[in-house]
Design a protein around this ligand. Structure first.
Ligand code: ATP
Ligand code: MG
Length: 596
């Protein structure tokens, strides 16, 4: 499918924010992007002021900020004015507990309205927010609370009892546990969030906040190893705002839904901050993935811009394959939807085309990391899509490809690196530091932070190639790339090809050491519902991949596995496939999806 492009012939219902790519890039600079925000009345920059308070006055205050769909489908709404009051109360609550600037406040909550109050109230108080995904088990929760120096935890009685109570004694730094909803009385060492909130005043003056003040602590997904704590500052809001305008094409009238949990950077930067800074109505779904539920939310909430993940799209594709009847999505009114984007993993070309055919809109892939804090490379509303490509750098972002050394990472000689000049050559993706949401450190790991930079670039750890027109194509993570018989094989290309076969739902590809070839390519494949593993299917898939990829790149071995190991944010953990295959220790599994 490579080489095919998607042109969007349907006239867009709104004029895209970025209509001419080259012009937007040359006209852009970050200091000007900052002037679009208001800043604190007394100077300084605070994310919560930009996201909430500046929209809370007459004219905008009555607008719905959050439209929350509960697990049992009840819809409740919170206006901007109400969000301003609730977050002010929470900032007072923290102050009354003597929690101040830089102190760490953790949330361990489902996607309920109180989560939004706690996040934005913490930022108002100039304390630091660290969100935890509520499905984490006790070990990952404890590990992150300890690593992140948690002083306050906001959670529910059920989650506290299951995941924290037993470990509390080993967390002496955790001074306050605030319980949302009932149950605080029965739990020693906790207080009621609701009681504290109702006693607190509903006006709060945000203290002076420097753009460089620490605002957020985000743990990475743990796909390649132990999760790292990335430190972000208030200035990041400049990048959240600008990139959401360009890469997600947000407009004031949009109803916006980001399916990522705020426990991950996507759910925070683009699930909470960016859409609120744009003053939009944000749909918050407390429930879990379910194809019918999702189509219903898109339809009933009249979602116009939808930001999701490849794994979720592939789950939808399993229930509505391209070659089948499209009854399921067709039975919902998706006419409000005008823009779809995805992030987190490579988006296989099949998924882009599926969007176009089944939903009537292509999916716009974009690329970024916890460390970058905002979208760096994207497919834009006004530009052609090359399915399988993650697009081009955003205005304000300078990206390049660096020559690789033996280790697979960028070759660093005397502190210098070399940019790849020719098109279509694989190398490490690097970014020029200086964008506002760049991480300012790895928590407690200055050495690793320092090692992420060389020759004036931030080294991403991802391998890519750039085509002659400047589009970036993801090859794989440096750790996942396979050297086989003198060739460099990116697992994504192999996985994508396999996923074009109608029997295949998902695939994870690794190198299995081999005395002759160095490594042979081995694919683990999960099948669409109703399809059974069989020896002929295995032969058919091997032949199918060989026809598409050629013998040097195609897998030599296929194993069927309906439960590919994934992170809780939905990424295939190739390191776990590799460790299992080789009988090696699997390493940190704190982000692994599965029963907690
Ligand atoms: P860890 O750093 O702990 O191993 P992680 O890298 O998965 O985990 P995140 O910061 O959540 O943690 O994910 C960023 C990574 O996800 C990127 O470096 C890249 O490998 C992958 N990724 C994100 N978006 C895309 C995309 N559009 N195409 C391909 N890969 C992507
Ligand atoms: Mg990473």
């Amino acid at each position: 499918m490579r080489g095919e492009t998607i042109r969007k012939d349907n006239a867009p219902s709104v004029t895209p924010n970025l209509s001419d790519y080259d012009r937007a890039r040359s006209a852009f600079n970050w200091s000007q992007a900052r002037t679009v925000l208001s800043g604190l009345p007394g100077g300084g920059l605070n994310i919560a002021h930009e996201a909430v308070d500046r929209h809370s006055g007459p004219g905008h205050g009555e607008k719905i900020a959050l439209r929350c769909v509960s697990r049992d489908n009840a819809v409740s709404t919170v206006t901007y004015a109400e969000l301003a009051r609730r977050t002010a109360r929470f900032a007072h609550v923290l102050r009354s507990l003597r929690i101040g600037r830089g102190d760490r406040v953790f949330t361990l909550l489902g996607r309920c309205p109180e989560l939004y109050t706690a996040v934005l109230g913490t930022l108002k108080n100039t304390s630091v927010l660290c969100p935890l995904f509520s499905a984490f088990g006790p070990d990952p929760v404890e590990q992150r609370l300890r690593l992140g120096d948690a002083r306050v935890l906001v959670t529910t009685a059920v989650l506290y009892r299951r995941k924290v109570a037993d470990r509390r004694a080993s967390l002496p730094g955790l001074k306050h546990v605030l319980i949302v909803g009932p149950g605080a009385q029965e739990l020693p060492g906790t207080v009621s969030f609701d009681a504290l909130m109702s006693a607190a005043p509903e006006r709060f003056t945000i203290p002076p906040t420097s753009p460089e003040d620490m605002a957020l602590l985000h743990f990475t997904s743990g796909t390649t190893g132990t999760p790292k704590g990335a430190v972000h500052v208030h200035e990041a809001v400049v990048a959240h705002h600008a990139t959401a305008a360009y890469a997600l094409d947000l407009h004031p009238q949009d109803v916006y839904w980001c399916t990522a949990d705020p426990g991950w950077v996507t759910g925070m930067s683009y699930g909470i901050i960016a859409p609120l800074v744009h003053g939009l109505t944000v749909v918050v779904d407390e429930g879990d993935y379910d194809a019918r539920r999702w189509y219903r939310i898109l339809a009933e909430q009249r979602v116009s811009v939808w930001y999701t993940a490849p794994t979720a799209l592939r789950m939808l594709m399993r229930t509505t394959p391209r070659e089948g009847p499209y009854d399921l999505p067709r039975s919902y009114d998706l006419s409000a939807l005008r823009f779809i984007a995805s992030v987190g993993e490579p988006l296989n070309p099949e998924a882009v085309v599926w969007g176009q055919e089944v939903l009537g809109l292509p999916v716009h892939d974009n690329w970024w990391q916890t460390e970058t804090g905002c979208i760096m490379i994207a497919n834009f509303a006004a530009c052609e899509i090359r399915p399988g490509s993650m697009g081009r750098p955003l205005p304000g972002v300078e990206a390049t490809v660096l020559e690789r050394g033996e280790s697979g990472r960028a070759l660093i000689a005397d502190g210098r690196v070399t940019e790849v000049e020719s098109p279509d050559v694989e190398g490490e993706l690097a970014l020029r530091p200086g964008w506002p949401s760049m991480f300012r450190g790895y928590l407690h790991d200055d050495e690793r932070y320092a090692a992420s930079f060389a020759g004036g670039w931030y080294l991403t750890g991802d391998l890519v190639r750039r085509d002659r027109d400047g589009w970036f194509w993801f090859v794989g993570r440096a750790d996942d790339v396979i050297k086989s018989a003198g060739h460099l094989v990116g697992p994504f290309e192999v996985e994508s090809a396999l996923m074009e076969h109608p029997a295949v739902a998902e695939a994870g590809v690794i190198g299995r050491p081999d005395p002759v070839a160095g490594n042979v390519v081995k694919a683990f494949v999960s099948l669409r519902p109703g399809i059974e593993p069989a020896a002929d299917l295995e032969r058919e898939l091997l032949a199918f991949a060989r026809r598409r990829l050629g013998p040097a790149v195609a897998p030599r071995e296929i194993a069927f596995d309906q439960n590919l190991p994934k992170t809780r944010s939905g990424k295939v953990m190739r390191r776990v496939l590799r460790a299992r295959e080789l009988g090696l220790p699997v390493g940190d599994l704190s982000s692994l999806e599965g029963p907690s």
